[in-house]
Design a protein around this ligand. Structure first.
Ligand SMILES: Cc1cc2nc3c(=O)[nH]c(=O)nc-3n(C[C@H](O)[C@H](O)[C@H](O)COP(=O)(O)OP(=O)(O)OC[C@H]3O[C@@H](n4cnc5c(N)ncnc54)[C@H](O)[C@@H]3O)c2cc1C
Length: 415
């Protein structure tokens, strides 16, 4: 154990033992230091420095899914998408490098894997997603053997998939299987197709990309992606809708569909996902055994009082994507609401904004954006009529904005 971790653990022991001795107004615990959790932790401290904030994150680094497709294509490196959580400490957030293994909402404590409980006044949970491996029989053993990857959480699988693409023969077939929506980042798979095609066109021009989409058609920015594929990668990208992966055979490198089997050289299968394990364990999952419904004015769970859920784990409001942009905005709703509640004020609904850029080549990108506001009649957030939209065409300007967006959201969440 590193000295720094030890100090953090010692801190938790102190935190758990003497919650009542604290001179602060209250303690908020945040689980998950991704886009949702890190932002919430930071903004609570900014908006009310008399509130103690403890952030529990199991991973050593923050590795961004946005821009990770460029790493697969060799257009960016892991160092570009890797950040620390240290910036949060400058806001007075206490970092605990551990896994939260349970929540006792009646006692208001979070249980940690390495032992010890942390007491909270309000809890914020932004644990992201976990995969429903059982929906694609054969995937999990093939993944464990390193043969078939999802790379749908940026990290070691991003590096491994990049290596597979580099090692693929010229003339090989890269297959990407996309699950039925909802999944995290609706345009993400089509961005991946585009930039992998860009890499193959330049490095292994006889190779092909086959897209097996469980959805009937491209779920986001469809016409822009289709145009990019036909103009930039003719004969390289083949798209098939209504093609759900129902199994994987790692040894023979086969994806099974309802009507046929497809063999490839690199198989990139993204299984359907659901709110991460912790959300299920804590009784926060309300819908289809997958997602956590919340009150969109506060992000408070509809199942467990005093616990706010953010990001991909939530049951999305109408037309709301699962995105970093949204998780960052959910965090601001929750932070504002928690600060209000702990100061005896009534939280007010907020209007929030989503922007998702997708690269279609190394130098060009496209964008979709939307604004969401509280609609009291429907009791949820709905898209503001006439707001948002998509880029008129792919452009280098949008690619520059995409990089700026990424740098700003990393800073806004972490620094
Ligand atoms: C390839 C790809 C490209 C994408 N591109 C974009 C894009 O361009 N724009 C965009 O807006 N979105 C994009 N996204 C989507 C975006 O990454 C997610 O929507 C976002 O990460 C969701 O944030 P979150 O806080 O819900 O979860 P995450 O960011 O996944 O954070 C969850 C955190 O919780 C931690 N955690 C989980 N359980 C525990 C536990 N029990 N104890 C302690 N820690 C725990 C995890 O380690 C993780 O750090 C992309 C996604 C992918 C896969």
């Amino acid at each position: 154990m590193r000295r720094r971790d030890f100090i953090k653990l010692a801190g938790v022991a102190a935190l758990s033992g003497c919650a009542s001795r604290s001179p602060s107004k209250a303690r908020v615990v945040v689980i998950g230091g991704g886009f949702g959790g890190a932002t919430a932790a930071k903004y609570i401290r900014i908006w009310d420095p008399s509130i103690d904030v403890v952030l529990v994150e199991r991973d050593a680094d923050f590795i961004s899914c946005p821009i990770s497709n460029l790493v697969l294509a060799g257009f960016a490196g892991m160092e570009d998408i890797t950040r620390g959580h240290d910036g949060l400490e400058r806001h007075g957030v206490t970092l605990v490098r551990d896994e939260a293994v349970g929540i006792d909402a009646s006692k208001k404590v979070v249980r940690l894997a390495r032992g010890g409980d942390i007491a909270y006044e309000r809890l914020i949970v932004s644990p992201g997603v976990d995969f429903m491996f059982g929906e694609v029989p054969g995937f999990e053993p093939a993944m464990q053997a390193g043969r078939v990857l999802h790379a749908w959480k940026a990290g070691p699988q991003t590096v491994a998939l990049r290596r597979q693409l580099e090692q693929m023969r010229d003339g090989g077939l890269y297959v990407l299987a996309i699950p039925l929506a909802p999944y995290r980042c609706p345009p993400g798979p089509y961005e991946r197709v585009s930039v992998v095609a860009a890499y193959l066109k330049q490095a292994k021009p006889r190779s092909k990309v086959l897209v097996l989409d469980a959805n009937p058609d491209i779920t986001s920015k469809g016409p822009l992606f289709k145009r990019a594929w036909s103009e930039l990668y003719p004969g390289i990208v083949e798209y098939r809708g209504n093609s759900r992966a129902i199994g994987v055979e790692g040894n023979s490198m086969t994806v099974k569909l309802e009507v046929e089997d497809v063999k490839g050289d690199v198989l990139n299968v993204v299984p359907p996902h659901r709110a991460a394990d912790l959300a299920a364990k804590a009784g926060l999952v309300t819908t289809n055994n997958r997602w956590c419904d919340v009150d969109w004015r506060t992000m408070e769970s509809k199942a467990v009082k005093g616990v706010h859920v953010l990001g991909d784990a939530t049951l999305s409001a109408p037309a709301m994507p699962k995105s970093a942009s949204m998780a960052n905005n959910h965090a601001k709703i929750a932070a504002a609401a928690v600060v209000d509640l702990l100061n005896g004020r009534e939280p007010q609904p907020l209007k929030i904004l989503n922007t998702c850029y997708s690269f279609v080549s190394r130098s060009e990108a496209i964008r979709v954006s939307s604004v969401h506001e509280w609609e009291p009649g429907q009791g949820t957030l709905v898209p503001v009529k006439g707001s948002g939209g998509v880029s008129a065409a792919r452009s280098e300007a949008e690619a520059n904005y995409a990089w700026s967006w990424a740098r700003s959201i990393w800073a806004d969440s972490l620094v």
